[in-house]
Design a protein around this ligand. Structure first.
Ligand code: HGY
Ligand code: MN
Ligand code: MN
Length: 419
């Protein structure tokens, strides 16, 4: 007679329910091409938060909110004194974002609570599902702002003062949408933190692998460069007399690419944010403001790229008669996640029979900061063509289910099942 499957092997989430929740959330803050534009602290963000809170309360959780708007939905454990196991990610999106970046981790966390309710599972440690405010850093730089305040990296008042392109401040916008909570940021202590996230790169799909066990995350530098030249007529100004900030920006952008290519295979560099003033067809730009994004899993390469840029950019500016200012707009060193949490995820994938591989996260995540204050690890699922930060971002229902199944098992194992 065949051995009955170990009870745990049959413990799976409800993939259809998770998918339906993802599709429901995706209706809030729709993009123009099938994805999402639910930027942080907008009315759409507020609407998504309200839906998430309703779902959590329907699942028997109590919601706490801290002074950065971070949301914490708590499912009680049998030992109320035990530090909770946290799961979660972010509900805010890029302006041309996908339906799954961040959202899968938040709603995957809710799904494991719903599944534990269905199965009548009681854990020793409470479980808390989290939505971190402003992970993307696209409206208010830097990325992972609120998990950074929670981890003691950023000062709360400094974060409140961050402004968007219109000059609106983070603090005012958080107040305006009604999600400025009372809790002290960072007062909560964690037994562990797990984040489920789409890979946002091509590796898992190319390797035909269902699960990424994230052992490390690459580090990041965001450098905001301001070049100052002189507005002048594009037609009547002789070439030798020009102070063209747009030309300086173009040469520095090319230099960013050159520096990243000189540090292959483990380095990337690009400029995604560009503002040119006065941005008129027949005016030579007198000012250019742009942000350089360097990343590498190798600390030496990461800091070396920054140093190379800080040497080259002023020389380019001087050659063109431009003023230059370089501001550090975001930074974190490469991250090594907690061995115990990583093993819990890998054992879960093994037990569930999902193909899995170790992977380094190319993108930054809230887990990169929470790793500073609690044992932390991440689990990833593939995404189609490795595409993300694009409205065409896609995953399959099976990939979402596999990731949430692994999250379920790792969290239950870490939280301890009682009775
Ligand atoms: O920039 C990042 O890596 C993240 O998607 N915010
Ligand atoms: Mn994300
Ligand atoms: Mn993102």
């Amino acid at each position: 007679m065949s051995q009955p499957a170990a009870p745990a092997e049959n413990m799976r989430i409800d993939g259809d329910r998770l998918w339906d929740s993802l599709m429901e959330m995706a209706k809030i803050g729709p993009g123009v091409a099938g994805g999402n534009n639910r930027q942080t602290l907008t009315d759409a963000d507020a609407e998504g938060r309200a839906l998430f809170q309703r779902w959590c309360e329907d699942a028997g959780c109590t919601m706490g909110v801290d002074r950065m708007g971070n949301m914490f939905a708590r499912r009680e454990g049998t030992d109320p004194e035990a530090l909770p196991v946290y799961v979660g990610s972010h509900l805010d999106t890029q302006p041309t974002g996908g339906k799954y970046d961040g959202v899968l981790g938040v709603l995957g966390g809710l799904e494991i609570v719903r599944t534990m309710n269905d199965l009548g599972i009681r854990t020793k440690h409470p479980i808390v599902v989290t939505n971190w405010t402003n992970e993307e850093g696209t409206r208010f730089a830097p990325a992972m702002l609120s998990s950074g305040v929670f981890a003691g990296i950023h000062d709360q008042d400094w974060a409140y003062g961050r402004t968007d392109a219109s000059g609106a401040s983070f603090g005012d916008e958080l107040e305006r949408i009604g999600w400025k909570g009372e809790e002290e940021v960072g007062a909560r202590k964690m037994h562990a933190f797990f984040e489920l996230h789409i890979e946002q790169g091509p590796i898992l799909e190319a390797e035909d692998t269902q699960i990424g066990i994230v052992t490390h995350g690459q580090g990041l530098w965001w450098l905001q460069v301001t070049l100052t030249g002189k507005d002048a007529h594009t037609g009547s100004t002789p070439m030798p007399l020009r102070c063209n900030a747009g030309l300086g920006m173009a040469r520095i952008i090319d230099k960013v690419h050159e520096i990243a290519m000189a540090n292959q295979p483990d380095a990337v560099g690009a400029v995604g944010h560009i503002d040119v003033y006065p941005n008129s067809r027949n005016v030579i730009p007198g000012k250019a403001v742009f942000t350089i994004d360097f990343r590498s899993p190798d600390l030496g390469k990461l800091d070396g790229m920054k140093a190379a840029l800080e040497e080259a950019a002023p020389a380019i500016a001087a050659e063109l008669g431009l003023g230059i200012e370089i501001e550090e707009a975001g930074h974190f060193d490469p991250v090594a996640f907690d061995e115990g949490c990583v093993t819990a995820l890998r054992d879960a994938a093994e037990r569930l029979g999902y193909s899995h591989m170790n992977i380094v996260s190319g993108a930054g995540h809230d887990a990169c900061w929470i790793n500073r204050v609690a044992p932390t690890a991440m689990v990833m699922c593939p995404c189609v063509d490795g595409l993300s930060h694009n409205e065409a971002e896609e995953i399959t229902k099976d990939w979402a289910k596999a990731g949430a199944d692994v999250l379920l098992h790792a969290v239950i194992e870490t939280a301890g099942v009682e009775g």
